[in-house]
Design a binder for this molecule. Structure first.
Ligand code: CP
Ligand code: NVA
Length: 311
């Protein structure tokens, strides 16, 4: 596997390898500091980012390389140079490329035309690097035996939902997405793919529109912003009304398992998708989850440049 374009492309063995390496980089970030000596990694973004950019640039530094941050509107791509040509040029200079953009097709096209590893740093479809940070955080809390536990996402059926369902399926987990029905439910194709992967890994993918039933006895309650980057402002009111029952309140959190944790990819809007008392409370693991954005991206770059992910 040359690239990490979608979460669903990872095999269970790839994820195990990445999580083990990320755990090593969590203890000591410098254990592979000659991996990218005299080399560079491009970080190309056409949407804002706090964590993913910081995590990638610091991961590259820990691997001994130099990150080069590229904003799409400062490249010739903004003046009509093709994605394919841009991919070929970046491949002349850099050892890997992480991209954050809107269309998944753009990332796929970069991957097809670049000779270097291309990493999806978030698209409208998926957020694979986030899913790895989430699962190392879950593993630290619950260990490797997750049988009988339920891992629940509540909110908008978006890119983070895709990552959550696919990664949960790969891990053989009982993974749930509780979303409104209709246009804010996860895409049918995403659900179908996740179910197929779950079947092969002993997992169980459940889609529900009932937040109360979903949260009951859950090991994890996870949420994301209701308005994602690029979502039409004209839909905000309608969306807020549809999503209100999926807010993670103190009351909802109290119905989860007694050792349950709260997770959020961040950025968060306190009082909107989650109560401040939950996200800032004792069950919240958001800062450890954010910390692991670096350890997992470092592991992804490390194994991709060495050609060690099989897919
Ligand atoms: N979770 C996440 O991707 O954060 P950023 O948008 O800040 O990169
Ligand atoms: N769903 C959010 C995730 C941000 C990390 C978005 O795409 O804006």
């Amino acid at each position: 596997m040359k690239d990490l374009l979608k979460t669903e492309h990872l095999s269970r063995a790839d994820v195990e390898l990445l999580l083990d390496t990320a755990a090593r980089f969590a203890k000591d970030p410098t254990t592979a500091s000659d991996t990218l000596a005299h080399k560079s990694v491009a970080v190309y973004m056409s949407k804002p980012s706090t964590r993913t950019r910081l995590a990638t640039e610091t991961a590259v530094a820990h691997l001994g390389g130099t990150p080069i941050f590229l904003r799409s509107d400062e490249l010739q791509i903004g003046r009509g140079e093709t994605i394919a040509d841009t991919a070929k040029v970046i491949s002349q200079f850099c050892s890997a490329l992480l991209i954050r953009t809107y269309a998944q097709a753009e990332v796929d096209e970069l991957g097809a035309n670049a000779t270097i590893p291309v990493i999806n740093g978030l698209t409208d479809y998926d957020h694979p690097t986030q899913a790895l940070a989430d699962w190392i955080t879950i593993r630290e809390k619950f260990g490797k035996d997750i049988s009988g536990r339920k891992f629940v996402y509540l909110g908008d059926g978006n890119n983070v939902t895709t990552a959550w369902l696919m990664m949960g399926a790969i891990m053989g987990a009982h993974v749930v997405a509780a979303t409104p029905s209709g246009k804010w439910a996860p895409d049918a194709k995403v659900v179908e793919t996740a179910k197929k992967i779950a079947l092969a890994n002993g997992g169980n993918v459940e889609i529900t529109h009932d937040p109360i039933a979903a949260a009951k006895d859950a090991a994890v309650l996870y949420t994301d912003v209701w308005m994602s980057m690029g979502d039409p402002e004209s839909e905000r009111k309608e969306k807020e009304i549809a999503l209100a029952p999926f807010k993670i309140t103190e009351k909802l959190m109290s119905t989860a398992a007694s050792d349950s944790i709260f997770m959020h990819c961040l950025p968060a809007h306190r009082g909107e998708e989650v109560d401040a008392a939950v996200i800032d409370g004792p069950r919240s693991v958001i800062w450890r989850e954010a910390f692991h954005r670096r350890t997992t991206i470092q592991a992804i770059i490390f194994h991709l440049v060495r050609g060690e992910l099989k897919g």
